[in-house]
Design a protein around this ligand. Structure first.
Ligand code: NAG
Ligand code: NAG
Ligand code: NAG
Ligand code: NAG
Ligand code: NAG
Ligand code: NAG
Ligand code: NAG
Ligand code: NAG
Ligand code: NAG
Ligand code: NAG
Ligand code: NAG
Length: 531
């Protein structure tokens, strides 16, 4: 379908192309007044962007570090502010390509930001989607704007994406003069949570949702992140504190113990949920007493951090970090201070106290954050029947080497949906499919076959067909009823930005898991089987 569009465009005589361009340019500038007439909208920029332009974002908050985007085709770029209450509002961008396929798409955000995902907008527009993205109700990466500002928290919890979709669909219609045919969502991390929030609470917003590494169960996710700092200790000179070099040796031991569980010694653990490492072999003894072995007190710290987290009510509130990425996880969460997201969420949203001391975090605080569940931000509602009733589809993926959001929380949600709706995996398959992407870090990167087309990587491998691109797979599922059985990922070796494809793997649909069966090398997808 994509190639058809490209072919037709390519065959247009040059003169026709020029006329088409100037028509689109005029359409773009003419649409300003109509967009300004949408309730609560204040238009900022309406810009015809000729193909090849280096688009820059001088107004963007510097903490977002939005780099320029060089976009290939002609585009109408519209930016606007939209009031969401008397004391809150979002900034929305619409990237509307000349070679529109009739499809609408919203992108999401990340972390606690505050940053329009320009690269995702450009990526979606390059596939012919009319793409919108919002700033999630505040500017910049910090959670400080939440302080004593419930309207800003409410935008972050659900209202930014929904408002952007409602207005974005109107803007799309105003520019092209007709309704969109299908509506999609693409996001990862906080963006993954936003996708699930739409499925749970705004079932009519999208026909197809691609949601990765979701930050759902959001309160407990932050509590888990904060609790790791408590378990690790805030004094890195204490006898029980585990240093980063020690975590590196713990990780090597975990991989040594669990790498072979899937039948291949490739440094990648296909199914970390099967891995329950023992670290007694790392305890210092008389003959081996190095800076990387563990004292008894340190081994206890590691054991505590290997465990699932239980609340004051005795119930699990968040699963353990998946084994195999101990070094990265520890550098983020266990380095003698609380990671910035849980710290800022507790300071500026839960307690509204910029001086809150993270070392005072208790299980009582953890229960409280879930109890108040600001504006339903938890996003862990397992009843997806309204979304299914609209015919909507969800493609959920999670990297199995994700150091920021434990991938073990994703099957937990899947199982919760299955239980709530009383559906078996094959029944859930009708509208909700979950894929575990081994060797993928947080939304991308890693030493496995992580490139699944979920975002722009500048590489051609994952950008061409539904078999190797999750967004195109979703389009095919929604529009042709052909659902993905597996998703192909490409890996490029240890350096994420250099080199050619070194491994390709077909990642299994949950609850299936990948095992190496040979006879080819383990970098060959046909040497693996989903069981
Ligand atoms: C785009 O513009 C920015 C800012 O002027 C500049 O730093 C960058 O090198 C440009 N990129 C390209 C590909 O021209
Ligand atoms: C965010 O930045 C945009 C410019 O990019 C500005 O128009 C808007 O008012 C800012 N929003 C807030 C809440 O500061
Ligand atoms: C739209 O045109 C641009 C520039 O020629 C191209 O890069 C892109 O692939 C086209 N998209 C579609 C869906 O044809
Ligand atoms: C406009 O914003 C106000 C809050 O300022 C809100 O109550 C109202 O629903 C919004 N109108 C539309 C059409 O979205
Ligand atoms: C402890 O923290 C200080 C300050 O951040 C740092 O310089 C030092 O290297 C850390 N020591 C260990 C053992 O992690
Ligand atoms: C001492 O520890 C090392 C690894 O840290 C291990 O290989 C060795 O077997 C241990 N020796 C004894 C006597 O337990
Ligand atoms: C290892 O060495 C440290 C410092 O040299 C010492 O305090 C500790 O007792 C030794 N541990 C063992 C098990 O020998
Ligand atoms: C127990 O506490 C956790 C963490 O606050 C919460 O997520 C969970 O819903 C609670 N469970 C019950 C049964 O109250
Ligand atoms: C899901 O939607 C389909 C199509 O509307 C319907 O046939 C099916 O019964 C729904 N399943 C559930 C569990 O709601
Ligand atoms: C499913 O979830 C909904 C919404 O959270 C809840 O009201 C309902 O009781 C749940 N049903 C079951 C069977 O767990
Ligand atoms: C990638 O492959 C191409 C074609 O085989 C080759 O020319 C190029 O040097 C390779 N690049 C790297 C970084 O290995």
């Amino acid at each position: 379908m994509w190639s058809n569009v490209r072919l037709i465009t390519g065959l247009l005589p040059l003169l026709g192309l020029v006329t088409a361009q100037s028509n689109f340019q005029k359409q773009c500038s003419d649409v300003r007044a109509a967009v300004a007439g949408i309730p609560n909208v204040t238009v900022n920029i309406v810009d015809f962007v000729p193909g090849g332009t280096n688009v820059t974002f001088p107004d963007n908050d510097v903490t977002c570090a939005a780099s320029q985007v060089v976009y290939g085709g002609d585009l109408c770029r519209i930016t606007m502010n939209i009031a969401t209450s008397a004391s809150s509002g979002i900034t929305l961008e619409a990237w509307l390509p000349v070679n529109w396929t009739g499809r609408f798409l919203s992108v999401g955000n990340g972390g606690l930001n505050g940053c329009i995902s320009y690269a995702d907008l450009a990526y979606a527009a390059s596939f012919g989607f009319a793409a919108v993205g919002a700033n999630n109700g505040h500017n910049g990466t910090s959670g400080k704007p939440f302080l004593n500002s419930p309207g800003v928290v409410e935008d972050f919890a659900y209202r930014s994406v929904h408002t952007g979709v409602v207005v974005g669909k109107q803007v799309t219609k105003l520019l092209y003069g007709r309704d969109h045919s299908y509506s999609y969502y693409l996001g990862c991390s906080t963006g993954g949570r936003q996708g699930f929030k739409s499925a749970q609470s705004f079932p009519n917003d999208f026909d197809g949702i691609v949601a990765g590494a979701p930050a759902f169960d959001f309160n407990n996710l932050n509590s888990w992140g904060g609790w790791q700092a408590v378990l690790a200790g805030f004094d890195n000179t204490s006898a029980s504190f585990v240093s980063l070099p020690q975590w590196v040796s713990v990780q090597a031991e975990v991989i040594r113990q669990c790498d072979g569980l899937d039948g291949a010694l490739d440094g990648i653990i296909e199914d970390p949920s099967m891995c329950f490492p023992k670290i007694s072999s790392l305890i210092c003894n008389a003959t081996s007493n190095t800076s990387t072995c563990l004292s008894g007190a340190q081994a206890t710290t590691v054991k505590n951090l290997f465990a699932d987290s239980y609340g004051e009510n005795g119930t699990l509130f968040y699963p353990r970090s998946q084994p195999g990425v101990e070094a990265q996880v520890s550098a983020i969460f266990r380095a003698g201070q609380m990671f910035v997201y849980p710290l800022e969420w507790y300071r500026y949203a839960i307690f509204n106290d910029p001086n809150w001391d993270p070392s005072t975090l208790t299980l009582e605080d953890i229960a409280y954050s879930e109890e108040i569940d600001l504006f339903g931000i938890s996003t862990f509602d397992a009843d997806l029947s309204s979304f299914n009733a609209t015919g909507g589809k969800i493609l959920h993926y999670h990297g199995q080497a994700d150091p920021i959001i434990s991938s073990l929380n994703s099957p937990r949600y899947y199982e919760k949906v299955a239980a709530n709706m009383s559906l078996s995996p094959s029944e859930l398959d009708e509208f909700y499919r979950f894929f575990r992407v081994s060797g993928m870090g947080h939304c991308g990167g890693g030493n496995g076959a992580w490139d699944i087309g979920n975002r722009y990587t500048g590489r051609p491998q994952a950008a061409s067909t539904p078999e190797d691109n999750v967004l195109l797979a979703m389009v095919e599922w929604v529009e042709e009823g052909k659902a993905p059985e597996s998703i192909t990922g490409y890996g490029y070796g240890k350096l994420p930005t250099a080199g050619n494809v070194t491994t390709t793997r077909k990642h299994c649909k949950y609850p299936g898991r990948n095992v190496y069966v040979g006879p080819g090398p383990n970098t060959d997808p046909s040497a693996w089987k989903c069981i």
